[in-house]
Write a protein that binds this ligand. Structure first.
Ligand SMILES: C[S@@+](CC[C@H](N)C(=O)[O-])C[C@H]1O[C@@H](n2cnc3c(N)ncnc32)[C@H](O)[C@@H]1O
Length: 216
């Protein structure tokens, strides 16, 4: 249970969580919805948006994005990459729909959709879940926004490197943005080394800063 009442998954062997202990929903809204999706919408009047998520995990970011798509009448194509999908038992214990006053059925739809194909979750939101490693992503010039939500560099340093950010840079369209909860100096420098222009922004509850990288 995190500080805003939303649950997350804890990995005891790594002492790592899928979300911030200071609030899973609060972090997801601040980092991915506000600094990522809303920032994109402000800068780009065309409301057809293509998003790549690094680490589909519990589906929380996808669910919040799906709700925003309906609320703001956007057309969102969302690709979620995940090498280790969570179990049915874990899905049943997630309390996001009730906390967000949203339908449990639509949350479950995200998890029940098949891997490897595109599924229409709502009129405003299409989801493609791909079961693969981040290092295998070969997308080029496809996305407006990347939600970079890998486990922290403390436990998976290999995912916060120039080689991974180069794949992210390639996957974005020009002017595309990548947002992440991390604010580490080494992460910012790796992003800059592959060509991103990087901003430090105020972080979610419990964190001073976060990063937004733009493919200029
Ligand atoms: C911080 S969690 C993602 C949280 C997720 N965005 C959510 O809202 O629940 C990181 C995710 O990356 C996945 N993962 C870890 N290493 C990976 C890799 N090398 N390739 C693909 N997925 C990986 C984990 O299984 C986990 O679901």
């Amino acid at each position: 249970m995190t500080d805003d009442g939303s649950v997350t998954i804890h990995l005891p062997e790594w002492n790592e969580q899928y979300h911030s202990k200071h609030g899973a929903i609060a972090e997801a809204i601040h980092v991915f919805i506000e600094a990522g999706l809303e920032h994109w919408i402000l800068k780009n009047p065309k409301h057809e948006i293509s998003i790549l998520e690094i680490g589909f995990g519990t589906g929380l970011n996808a669910f919040l994005t799906c709700l925003e798509a309906t609320k703001k009448d956007l057309q969102i194509n969302y690709s979620g990459i995940e090498a280790y999908p969570i179990s049915g038992e874990e899905i049943r214990q997630l309390n996001y729909a009730s906390l967000l006053n949203a339908s449990e059925e639509s949350f479950l739809k995200l998890h029940q959709s098949n891997w490897g194909i595109s599924s229409e979750i709502s009129q405003n939101f299409t989801l493609s879940k791909r079961e693969q490693f981040f290092s295998e992503i070969k997308d080029s010039n496809l996305y407006n926004v990347i939600f970079f939500d890998a486990f922290g560099a403390r436990v998976q340093p290999e995912l916060w490197t120039e080689s991974i950010f180069k794949l992210m840079f390639e996957a974005l369209k020009p002017n595309g943005v990548l947002v992440t909860y991390s604010a580490k100096g080494s992460v910012r420098r790796a992003m800059q080394a592959v060509g991103f222009s990087v901003e430090r922004l105020p972080g979610p509850p419990g964190k001073r800063e976060m990063l937004r990288a733009t493919r200029v």
